[in-house]
Structure formats: C-alpha cells, structure tokens
Design a protein around this ligand. Structure first.
Ligand code: IMP
Ligand code: MG
Length: 182
C-alpha cells in the first residue's frame, strides 16, 4: 500500500457537519423507537466513533454489542468475501436490533450481517444505520434504513474509517485522490 500523509487528505465533511447530521439521524431514531428498548450492534472497527457519538444522542433504553467483520484486508477494494472475525452476540430474539456501520460500499458486509441475524434470531425489528452510503458501488441488493451522507466513488478516511489502519482518529471525514492511494 502507498504511504499516505495527512496533507494528502481533503476534507469532505467537517466536524460540524458530522455533528449536525448525527443529531438529525438520532432524532429520527428517537422518534421511531420512542421508549422501546433497542440493542445496538456496532460493527468494529470502523463504526466505533460514529456509534459512540450516535448513542449519546439516543434517548431510548439501549444495550450495546460489538462485532468484528472484515472484507478489505490490506487494500482499498473489497475482497468480495466477508470475514466474520468475531460475531458473538446474545440472543436477539424478540429485540429491536439496530446495526450501526461506518459505510455501505459493495453492500456485501451489510448483506452478510442482515442474513446472519435473520437466520439466527427472530428479532422484533432489524434496522440498519450507516454513517456513509456509497450507492454507486453496490453489488448486493441492500439499503440502509438511515444514513448520514451519500458519497460518490471515493475512498474515505477519518471519523472511524481507515486507510492501512490509519486516520481513524480524524475529526472530519476526508478523502485522498485515487492517484495518491493506488
Ligand atoms: P462493503 O462490504 O463493500 O459494503 O464494505 C463495507 C466495509 O468496507 C466497511 O464497513 C468499511 O470498513 C470498508 N470500507 C468501504 N469503503 C471504504 C472507504 O471508502 N474507506 C474506508 N473503509 C471502507
Ligand atoms: Mg466496517
């Protein structure tokens, strides 16, 4: 992988835009669930920053679970295969499940997880919220119920998302030109 420096990264959504959007989506979720209990399923590692900001804006009683899936390895393109690194979950039967993801790209990860939950538990409801939606690269037939921002075919980093394990801690969501990362 190419070495990418912070100076190569351009801002796509700044801290304020993200904060405003996260609150807006949280308000929609608060309205939808009212006082019903929700089990948040956060997909590590990418969604951790989004999930921790989102849950602090949610008002219903909730629990949090963390699972780890990977499809990228050391590349910027999906391998096409989803690897369930750690998918231990409690019994979600009868629960309202809200999956929190960083980005839906090909949709293979989202599809894998939705199928896994449908196969193993009879949930009361299963919803999917994603920070980003890259609709243009979809391969699997899956849509987020809620998302903060739609983006075009860019490789993005920051606010949880990484390039070669780096840049997860950026307060903004940014991108590097294709010529920089490939
Ligand atoms: P999908 O299975 O192709 O939808 O990819 C989902 C996973 O790939 C996400 O959960 C991310 O971890 C990773 N991913 C996809 N696009 C990007 C990107 O632009 N930047 C960083 N990670 C990405
Ligand atoms: Mg991810």
């Amino acid at each position: 992988m190419k070495n990418v420096n912070l100076s190569d990264i351009k801002v796509l959504f700044d801290e304020n835009e993200i904060r405003t959007k996260v609150k807006e989506i949280a308000n929609k979720l608060n309205e939808y669930y009212k006082d019903e209990e929700v089990c948040i399923v956060c997909v590590l590692k990418g969604a951790v920053i989004f999930a921790t900001d989102l849950v602090r804006e949610l008002t219903m009683p909730l629990t949090m679970e963390f699972i780890r899936l990977s499809s990228y390895g050391h590349s910027t393109a999906s391998s096409g295969k989803v690897n369930a690194v750690d998918i231990k979950l409690p019994d979600l039967t009868g629960k309202n499940v809200l999956i929190v993801e960083d980005i839906i790209d090909t949709g293979l990860t989202a599809k894998f997880l939705l199928d896994f939950i449908a196969l193993n538990f009879k949930t009361k409801s299963t919803k999917f919220v994603s920070l980003l939606d890259k609709k243009c690269s979809r391969q699997a037939d899956v849509e987020a119920d809620y998302y903060c921002f739609e983006i075009d075919d860019k490789f993005v980093v920051g606010y949880g998302l990484d390039y070669d394990s780096k840049f997860r801690n950026l307060k903004f969501i940014g991108y590097a030109d294709k010529s920089v990362i490939k």
